[in-house]
Design a protein around this ligand. Structure first.
Ligand SMILES: Cc1cc2nc3c(=O)[nH]c(=O)nc-3n(C[C@H](O)[C@H](O)[C@H](O)COP(=O)(O)OP(=O)(O)OC[C@H]3O[C@@H](n4cnc5c(N)ncnc54)[C@H](O)[C@@H]3O)c2cc1C
Length: 286
């Protein structure tokens, strides 16, 4: 199938983009970034935007910057930019591990980090990372100005976020992890490159062999990615070993409200989450 007719707009600056969104968002205007989620849905006519505002020509959105202890990721940055560590520490290494799980190489060269966050597929790897690290989403529009939305408020449901129709997600900010942070990631999908059935991100620091500053998040398993505080609590003040990791995985499963669909039952997802939380913690400690 071919997409329904639409009008194409190609702004060159953020200001032009915001003006176009102010004018067309109410008339089914949409941003297009990498197009790797939007174009297939348009081809199936599941989405029929009347206006596409293409941000690929907005060069000022194509940046990384480390500022105030955060990695700032502009809306033009593609997934593939993370294949080599973008930062010389545990955060850069974690992102380089995670990116290999996103789709296939050609998709990674087009799709954008911020596009994944804006699209908010529950099985998006970047969304799980954003939830784990309490990312900040920077949204801009002519009507509301600049808003900084924390991850816990940003993800509101399956492909539903706190972004307003006329807002551009200009940037996502991730905290730079201290050098002594242990970070791990695990996901399960049926075939390499498929969307995950479930995934987990885990980070912690060690003080005298005891874990602190725990962060565990799951993705793909529930309607939104989120930190599993119940699992984190079981690990604070304890040593990293298989027994404590299994206790955390058990706590995560108990707190889980899993998706249940024709392909993957809630029970199966619980089992996968148990394994992924444990594996993410193990890979962090390896
Ligand atoms: C075969 C296939 C397999 C895939 N597998 C995975 C996978 O395993 N994991 C995964 O995470 N993704 C996967 N994807 C999706 C891919 O990662 C997309 O690149 C990503 O979801 C969206 O990024 P994009 O830049 O392509 O956004 P687009 O497709 O351009 O846009 C997606 C949505 O976000 C909005 N949007 C985009 N950017 C902005 C912005 N800056 N501000 C406001 N709104 C914005 C658009 O309006 C649209 O509604 C897969 C895609 C395909 C085709």
């Amino acid at each position: 199938m071919k997409p329904a007719p639409f009008q194409y707009h190609a702004p060159k600056t953020v200001d032009e983009t915001l003006n176009l969104l102010a004018e067309y968002a109410d008339d089914d205007g949409r941003v297009i970034a990498g197009g790797q989620s939007l174009v297939p849905t348009m081809a199936f006519r599941l989405a029929r935007p009347k206006h596409l505002v293409d941000i690929n020509g907005v060069q000022e959105l194509d940046y990384f910057e480390v500022k105030d202890g955060k990695l700032h990721i502009g809306a033009g940055v593609r997934h593939s930019a993370f294949e080599k560590p973008v930062e010389d520490g545990p955060l850069g290494r974690l992102l380089a591990v995670v990116v290999r799980h996103i789709a296939h190489h050609p998709i990674r060269t087009r799709g954008t980090f911020c596009g994944s966050i804006a699209h908010a597929d529950p099985a998006s790897e970047w969304c799980a990372v954003a939830a784990a690290l309490d990312a900040e989403m920077v949204a801009e529009s002519k009507r509301s100005g600049l808003r900084i939305i924390p991850a816990r408020d940003f993800f509101q449901g399956i492909m539903t976020t706190a972004l307003r129709e006329d807002e551009l997600l200009t940037e996502v900010r991730l905290p730079i992890l201290p050098q002594d942070t242990y970070a791990g990631f695990a996901e399960f999908s049926r075939r390499a490159g498929d969307y995950a059935i479930a995934m987990a991100v885990a980070t912690y620091r060690l003080r005298n062999g005891i874990m602190s500053e725990m962060r565990i998040a799951t993705g793909g398993a529930e309607s939104v990615p989120r930190r599993m505080t119940e699992a984190e609590r079981t690990l604070i003040g304890r040593p990293p070993n298989l027994g404590t990791f299994q206790a955390a995985a058990h706590a995560a499963v108990k707190a889980l409200d899993p998706l249940d669909d024709a392909n993957v039952s809630a029970d199966y997802r619980r089992g996968i989450v148990r394994a992924m939380v444990c594996r993410a913690l193990e890979s962090a400690s390896a």
